[in-house]
Design a protein around this ligand. Structure first.
Ligand code: GCW
Length: 848
């Protein structure tokens, strides 16, 4: 958090003049499109609307058209039962219904080319009247068409420019929610489950319906409501689950559940869950029949088995095919499908075995099974071979399954990507996966064409996004994280959409059409992944976060010396996993030959994945000409600088967007900029220590602007070890224990001038310690450590800073931090940093 002395009046004034927005509507705000910057073309819009289709989806489309047009354009459309012969009208219906009612459809030269789920927008002129047509290939298509129209209106597009046919790229466009029955969400960062509470389905499912509306607006057609680490008891709650399906149905979102393969034993009373046992298959058949009796449009099952402690077919010497096909057989008569996850690996790998490699697991297990899965099974494969890291290569399994349906699993929730506290726009990253050409059979086979079914002529397949929205009013906690949910839908609908188009459209819908707002936020979104990569784990090292803890702050050592296999094999001489066939784990041999050759050769292996593929000395020179170690150092300085730049960019929007979201995002970006410094310092210190190679710019460990607690005069504060040494200065935090308050004072000898004063401290999940900052005798700031960061000890998860700008300092001044512990949180501190604000005009800050 950053604060300024004596600016509260200005802030209050702004609050009073701007309309507040809470983010609950996501990108469906239906705000009036400002007429500045584009022509308003809706004068000619028909005043009537006819809906020819009787489906629930078309009823939603109709309601949505009325709501959107009224909200954006201030007009109330008149509903007509049939196409009026004496007035213009919007016409909603299936292409077939429209052809019957309006013989002129489609107008010459306007072929209706919409495939399943698709729509065609066009204008038909008959008896001198205009009919603005939203023709769905089916009921869902009508709904998607209506949302498309409304999105266009919100962005100031004319109906003319929207005309034409669109169809979704793939049939499966699902989100997975990792919601637990007790109401918590695994890797969810936006509050509790919208579906479950305390072991039950919530009585009030309003949010489930609102979620389905958001999903429908971006073409998502399925939602798996529970954690893939599945609780078998859900299988006993079908009547209640059916209520969620009822909330989804008007929006064309089909419900799916994740199932535990041991269900027959845990809740079914059998003494086995062996997929080869006929009693087990019969149990699943009966269960599935019961589900369809309650939920006729039930979509199917998602399965995580034999992974991270989940039960699986291996218990009985069976394979994923045995388990998947047994479930598929039960679902097949009803049209249901199984998404069987390929995230199966041994998390007790032997660190000492240089051939062991978690990245190999999915291919090693699933490739031999290619061609054996039932037609209604899809193998759901994470984009990369490890686990949603900041950068990974594409999983080679996508090219290894040519007679099997596949779907790509992308992670919308920012588990390894800053947990909705850091801005990371993921479509930029996803595009690098979707566009990556695996060169199967030496021809163009980009990932998007494989999962669409085009490359290997598969009838089923698509996109799954792990979303994890929660009860937080704005769904994903960080207002800008919603761009990731939106972007997932857009890419699942059309993977050729550019990240820039997604960023721009989302910004227009979510904030405003003001060109400055659009340009600024789009730019921030589009650069954010690269910024995050710079200050976390560059060169293919993975995120370098605490993989045995919350997956949040820096903790590179946690990757090593354990069974999880996220190793980077950093030692005194070099770093990186040798995954070559000749000398390494052989992982690269899982790729088709052209890709394997590209990664194997140091000449062609891209720098940004080098250390994922190779072990090299720290002094190895990259294509950029710089050494590996200097690149690691520099990238972290660049990244922290860029994160600070995000704050500056956002501040240029003050007054251009509502104060509520402006302030919320500003607070988050300031926190992120501070945490980027924690990341930078930790990773650079760690690599400097392990490599013994100095930074050629002498930055690491030389922070002339800092006064560490160890150099202050302490009253009550005592040193404790940071649990991850590199995340605090000299591995120590200073804690206030067994006292009500403690102080740390620094006597200053800085040149007189204006300074930004940052206090680096630790904020645990538990407890709300309070701090005051005094300049000589005067209190200049007070704040509370109330950010519930994911940790209970001083480390990179909890290290954070409070910043006060515009502080006038003179030699001889004393700055004192007074900490008051609370509930086991000992008001821990690390250092003060005094940054001269040489450019600042003195009158902008308050005198003391
Ligand atoms: O990324 C890891 C997560 C687990 C998750 C697992 C998976 C649901 O840390 O929380 O479990 O992946 O995808 O199954």
């Amino acid at each position: 958090m950053t604060h300024r002395i004596a600016t509260s009046f200005a802030v209050l004034f702004i609050v009073a003049t701007l309309h507040a927005e809470d983010g609950s509507q996501g990108w469906l705000r239906y705000a009036p499109p400002s007429p500045t910057g584009f022509p308003l073309t809706y004068e000619a819009m028909p005043a009537a609307l006819v809906n020819l289709d009787s489906s629930v989806e078309a009823a939603s489309a109709q309601k949505e058209m009325l709501r959107g047009v009224r909200s954006m354009l201030g007009r109330t459309l008149r509903l007509e039962a049939t196409i009026p012969g004496n007035d213009d009208a919007w016409v909603l219906g299936t292409a077939e219904e429209i052809r019957t009612a309006l013989p002129g459809y489609p107008a010459p030269g306007q072929a209706d080319k919409a495939g399943p789920g698709g729509f065609t927008l066009s204008v038909v002129t008959a008896h001198g009247y205009q009919y603005w047509i939203v023709a769905g290939a089916d009921p869902r298509g009508i709904l998607y068409g209506a949302f498309h129209v409304l999105s266009g209106v919100a962005r100031g597009e004319s109906f003319g420019s929207m005309q034409g046919s669109q169809s979704p790229a793939a049939p499966v466009r699902w989100v997975n929610q990792w919601d637990n029955l007790n109401g918590t969400i695994e890797r969810g960062y936006a509050g509790r489950s919208i579906f479950f509470d305390d072991g039950h389905v919530r009585a009030d499912l309003t949010r489930a319906g609102e979620y389905a509306r958001l999903l429908a607006s971006i073409g998502v057609n399925g939602c798996t409501i529970n954690n893939v680490n599945a609780d078998p008891r859900l299988l006993t709650m079908i009547p209640d689950v059916a209520r969620i399906a009822d909330a989804f149905r008007p929006w064309g979102v089909r419900l799916s559940i994740a199932v535990a393969i041991n269900g027959p034993q845990v809740v079914g009373g059998l003494d086995t869950y062996d997929p080869g046992d006929p009693r087990v298959a019969a149990w699943w058949r009966a269960k599935v029949d019961a589900i369809y009796a309650a939920i006729p449009d039930f979509a199917g099952f998602v399965v995580k088995a034999d992974s991270e402690g989940q039960p699986g077919p291996s218990q009985y010497g069976r394979t994923p095919v045995d388990a998947a096909n047994m479930l598929a057989a039960a679902l097949q008569p009803h049209g249901g499908i199984v998404l069987y996850r390929a995230f199966v690996y041994n998390h007790h790998l032997d660190w000492n075995d240089l051939k062991a490699d978690r990245a190999r697991a999915a291919y090693d297990i699933f490739h031999p099974l290619d061609g054996q899965f039932a037609p209604n099974v899809i193998v759901q494969i994470k984009n990369g071979p490890i686990d949603f890291q900041v950068r990974e290569p594409v999983s080679p399994l996508f090219a290894g399954l040519r007679e099997t349906n596949t779907a790509v699993e992308l992670q919308i929730t920012q588990e390894y990507m800053g947990q909705a506290r850091h801005l990371v726009f993921l479509p930029t990253q996803w595009k690098t996966y979707l566009d990556f050409d695996l060169r199967a059979n030496h021809r163009s086979t980009p990932l998007k064409d494989i999962v669409d079914g085009a490359s290997f002529h598969r009838p089923l397949g698509g996109y799954v996004g792990v979303a994890n929205v929660g009860l937080d009013t704005n769904w994903m906690s960080h207002p800008l994280s919603m761009a990731n949910l939106y972007g997932f839908g857009r890419l699942a609908w059309n993977p050729n959409t550019t990240a820039a188009a997604i960023a721009e459209d989302w910004t227009r819908l979510t904030f405003s059409n003001d060109p400055k707002v659009v340009a600024t936020i789009s730019h921030m979104l589009l650069t954010s992944w690269s910024i995050y990569e710079h200050y976390t784990g560059p060169l293919g090292l993975q995120t370098l976060t605490n993989i045995t803890g919350p997956h949040y702050g820096p903790a590179p050592q946690s990757q090593e010396h354990n069974g999880w296999g996220q190793w980077i094999r950093a030692d005194h001489d070099g770093v990186g996993m040798d995954r070559t066939v000749a000398t390494g784990t052989g992982f690269l041999g899982q790729y088709p030959p052209e890709v394997a050759a590209m990664y194997t050769s140091l000449k062609t292996c891209p720098d940004d994945l080098l250390l994922f593929m190779h072990h090299v000395p720290y002094t190895y020179k990259l294509h950029s000409g710089k050494t590996v170690i200097q690149t690691i150092y520099d990238d972290h300085y660049v990244g922290a600088q860029e994160a600070a730049g995000l704050v500056a960019q956002w501040k240029t929007l003050d007054g251009l967007i509502d104060e509520q979201r402006y302030a919320k995002v500003l607070g988050l970006l300031e926190y992120q900029a501070g945490h980027a410094i924690v990341w930078r310092d930790a990773i650079d210190r760690w690599f400097k220590q392990i490599s013994g190679i100095p930074d050629d710019q002498h930055r690491i460990g030389h922070d002339p602007d800092r006064i560490t607690a160890s150099r202050m005069q302490l009253d009550g504060y005592t040193p404790i070890d940071a649990t991850i040494w590199e995340t605090a200065t000299d591995g120590k935090a200073y804690a206030c224990r067994n006292r009500n308050s403690c102080t740390a004072s620094a006597h200053l000898d800085r040149p007189a001038g204006w300074y930004s004063v940052a206090v680096q401290y630790f904020d645990y999940r538990q407890g709300v310690s309070t701090f005051t900052l005094r300049l000589n005798q005067q209190t200049i700031a007070a704040w509370a450590a109330d950010n519930t960061l994911p940790g209970e000890a001083p480390n990179g998860d909890t290290s954070t800073r409070f910043t006060l700008d515009g502080v006038p300092l003179r030699p001889g001044d004393t700055l004192t931090i007074e900490g008051h512990p609370d509930d086991g949180e000992p008001a821990p501190i690390d250092y003060i940093e005094l940054t001269p604000e040489s450019a600042r005009a003195p009158q902008k800050a308050a005198a003391h």
